[in-house]
Structures are given as C-alpha cells and as structure tokens.
Design a protein around this ligand. Sequence first.
Ligand code: LHQ
Length: 246
Amino acid sequence: MEVETIQLTTHNGVGWLKLNRPEKLNALNETLLREMKTAIDTFEQDDAVRVIVLVGEGRAFSSGQDLTIESDADYGEYLEDVYHPLVRALFSSRKPLIAGIHGVVAGAGLSLALAADVRIVAKSTKFSSAFIKIGLVADAGGPYHLRRLMRDDLALDWLWSGSTIDSEAARTFGLVTELVEDAMYTERLTSYAEILAAKSPVAVQGMKALMRAASFEDGLNEEIEWQRKCGDTDVHRQAMQAFLMK
Ligand code: LHQ
C-alpha cells in the first residue's frame, strides 16, 4: 500500500507500523490517521503478520492531534469520521497489538498507545495528558482505556491537571507493561514482539479473545471453543508428544 505518513514493514511474523512525521513529533493529521486505519486492516488480513507493533520515528511516539487542524473544524465530526474508524480497528484487532513508546506521548497519541494490549516503554519517556491545557476533553478512546487500566480518581486527577508524568509514574498508574533502559529499548521491543510471533497464533489470539469475554459465563463458553481449536494444532500435539517422550 502507498503511504506518506507511516512506514510499514513485516519481519519474522511482526508487522511494524511506524508513525513517520518525525519533524512534527508524529503529530496525528488526517492522512496519518487514515493510513493507520488501512494499515491495521491490512495487517489484520495478512497471515504473515502474527503480531502488530505501533512505534514512532524520531524522538517521540506521538505528540497527539496535529494542532494545525483548521480552527473552525467540527471536532465531533472529525472524531467520528477520522479517529473512530481507527480506534475501532485497534480495539477489535484479533492479533496482539504492542505499543513501543519512547520520547513523548501526548493527547490522542496517548489514547492510541493505550488501545494496545501491552506497552513496552523506554525509561526516558514522558506521558502528557495535554488535552485540558488546550481546553479539550480526552478523546480517541483514551478515557475508556484509562478507566480500564487505572483508578478512576487518579485518571481524572491526571486528566484535569494536564500534567506530564515520567515513565515511573506511568508505571505506577498501570500504563506500562514493561519499562526498558533507553539503550535496550529497540532490542527488547523487537525480541518481545518476535518471541510472541513465534508462539501458537491460535493460543495467542485465543488468550486475547478470552480476556475480552463479556461475562463469566461467556468466558466459559468461549474457552470451550478456543481450547478445542488449540487442542487441534500441531504445536500442541508436538508439545504433548515431547513431554511424554521425556
Ligand atoms: C506539533 C505538535 C502537534 C503540530 C509538536 N501538532 N505540530 C484535538 C483536536 C481535535 C480533535 C481531535 O482530538 C484532539 C486531541 C488531542 O490530541 S489534544 C492534544 C494535542 N497535543 C498537544 O497539545 C501537544 C502539543 N505539543 C507539545 O506540547 C510539545 O510539542 C511536546 C511537549 C509534545 C514536545 O515539546 P518539545 O520537545 O519542546 O518539541 P517542540 O514543541 O519543539 O515540537 C517539535 C516540532 O513539532 C515543532 O515544530 P517546528 O516546525 O517548530 O520545529 C512543533 O510545532 C511540532 N509539533 N506537537 N500536536
């Protein structure tokens, strides 16, 4: 696919989606948001991609919405038309979604990172809730994910303050899956993604689906199907055989 504001590569089962407007700290403009949405759909359909990783080129993951947006734009319409298709695609992806976060992550950039299943974070990263500083609410699914990941009162306190927090504070909040020394960040992110991509895709996707089950009973019903499918894979059969041959 022809792209202008992102970079796409596939290697060792990992689909890398790199935000690529480094001169603007990967600010999210309409082209980038639409390209991201198409890229997620493409990765979702591609059997060679078992794990999807979102990262940023340059010195940031993303500085959030590109603030050169026309000042008379209808933000509601913009969210509905441009952000929500992407946010839904991220939310409904069946494949593991990893955000690799370094530098700065702000505003709607933070919301996109929070939509990932796991966040691998370089230690020097700064997390900025930003929205309130320009008189806006948090959007792009951010509030939903903050509520899922952290305490309501701490989330509101942070969003109301508009403050920038360091990676240790973000970890305390529950926003960081793994914190990595800056020097090791790329290597660790790559190995995390590639190790996951080498595992049984049925079991990996099944785990994700089961973590999303709407209720206890739904979970029990869904695990019947998933475990049946997993039991019927070569990976499982070979592992059982290897165990019994010990
Ligand atoms: C940028 C941006 C940016 C454009 C840096 N846009 N150029 C909002 C509206 C509508 C509907 C949908 O939803 C939303 C939700 C949101 O996302 S609201 C939050 C938007 N983001 C922000 O308010 C953050 C704005 N950026 C910053 O506060 C700073 O740039 C941070 C703290 C991220 C980084 O600061 P520095 O490290 O000092 O870098 P810088 O400010 O010098 O930025 C480098 C360049 O990137 C610079 O351009 P220039 O041509 O002067 O070199 C900035 O203008 C540009 N840039 N963020 N969001």
